[in-house]
Design a protein around this ligand. Structure first.
Ligand SMILES: Cc1ncc(COP(=O)(O)O)c(C=O)c1O
Length: 371
């Protein structure tokens, strides 16, 4: 440990991102690379966002509107809430960091699922909190009942990702709503809905109602996934106005950039058609890829996201290494405790065919050659 660095920082480990196309090209010298490792949207950015971001470059010498009024209003409208219920951030990731700073101090407990988005763990540890990690149920769904049971007088936060990364599974709406309603005062549920747009709206918890009922809930969402703006880095939280004021105070003042705000606002105003088409294509392909994986002998989980979790009777690290040499980037799930499972982003039909063809080859034992 370097002298002077906070002790809690030593407990954290670096976030492991999916491999980038640039990295794979550099390391393996391949021409064709299909990246299905980071749950990005192959159809974005949508046309209005692209236009608005290009135009906004001319204004990049000035700071963004620090009140984020327009974008907050546009987001709020979608949930039937006013702009004062919305906080903006540099990706959902930025919001999660801010929430860690708002709530966690040394000695506090944070409860999370053993297999979920990795950042909750690191953020909690850096803030000096103690983790309580709850195993998934036998069907690999998040064990909400055990998460609730784990609450003690020292608990501050429950980090919940729904639908969950890496499994893609969605919790029953009622069980999330009931948990939010039952939380003791001073215990907060951070509900990360980064992939919610890929699920059926009627199956998602009614977050506006829960917030209006003064539940200890903060909802986190992002433009990185269904809206196709991962590189722009913009996310947001829905929370009660008094909590939004706290979040906005703790975040850095200009925590979303002009280009991202322009793109996200334009998409919300004018990209509905492109958004819906991309969503429908992803859901269609998700079902096709799931079926193809099953036909190859894979065990899949029901996905409500833009990725599929699949298990084969094989070492996932080896399978993903062989896929990489054929130009396909996927995410092996050993780090989450699933040594035989892969998380595969749903791409375009052409990308998915390339992946399925490569996987067929790997499973048939021709893993060492090129595709
Ligand atoms: C569950 C979950 N939450 C948050 C994020 C971060 O999203 P963003 O790109 O908005 O920072 C991700 C990214 O993969 C994610 O999977």
């Amino acid at each position: 440990m370097i002298a002077g660095v906070r002790k809690a920082v030593g407990a954290a480990t670096p976030y492991v991102p999916g491999k980038t196309v640039e990295e794979v090209r550099r390391e393996l010298g391949l021409q064709k690379i299909v990246k299905l490792g980071s749950n990005e949207n192959p159809y974005g950015p949508f046309p209005a966002a692209r236009r608005a971001m290009t135009e906004e470059i001319a204004r990049i010498n000035t700071y963004p509107d620090v009140s984020f009024h327009e974008i907050k209003s546009l987001i709020g409208e979608r949930f039937g809430l006013g702009p004062e219920w919305v906080a903006i951030s540099h990706g959902a990731e930025g919001m999660l960091q801010t929430l860690g700073k708002v709530f966690l101090e040394p000695g506090d407990e944070a409860i999370l699922s053993r297999a979920t988005y990795g950042l909750y763990r690191e953020i909690s540890l850096v803030m000096g909190a103690t983790l309580k990690e709850i195993m998934l149920k036998d069907d690999l769904s998040v064990n909400l009942r055990e998460m609730e049971r784990a609450i003690t007088g020292r608990t501050k936060l429950l980090w919940l990702n729904n639908p969950n990364n890496p499994t893609g599974m969605l919790l029953p709406k009622k069980s999330v709503e009931n948990l939010a309603k039952r939380l003791p005062r001073g215990v907060w549920l951070v509900l990360d809905e980064a992939y919610a747009e890929f699920a059926s709206p009627e199956e998602l918890p009614s977050v506006a109602k829960l917030l209006e009922a003064e539940c200890g809930l903060i909802v986190v969402r992002t433009f990185s996934k269904a809206w196709g703006l991962a590189g722009a880095r913009i996310g947001y939280a829905l929370a009660r106005p008094e909590m939004v004021r706290i979040i906005d105070t703790v975040s850095e003042p200009f925590n979303a950039n002009r280009i991202a705000i322009a793109g996200a606002s334009a998409s919300l105003k004018e990209d509905e058609e492109a958004f819906n088409q991309a969503l429908a294509a992803t859901v269609r392909e998700r079902e096709r890829v799931t079926k193809a994986l099953r036909d190859m002998g894979g065990e899949t989980l029901p996905s409500h996201t833009n990725f599929v979790f699949v298990t084969f009777q094989a070492d996932a690290g080896e399978v993903s290494g062989k896929l990489l040499r054929k130009g396909v980037i996927v995410r092996p799930c050993g780090g989450w405790g699933f040594g035989s499972s892969l998380r595969v982003t749903v791409g375009t039909p052409e990308q998915n065919d390339f992946f399925l063809g490569a996987l067929r080859g790997v499973l048939a034992g021709d893993g060492e050659g090129g595709a």
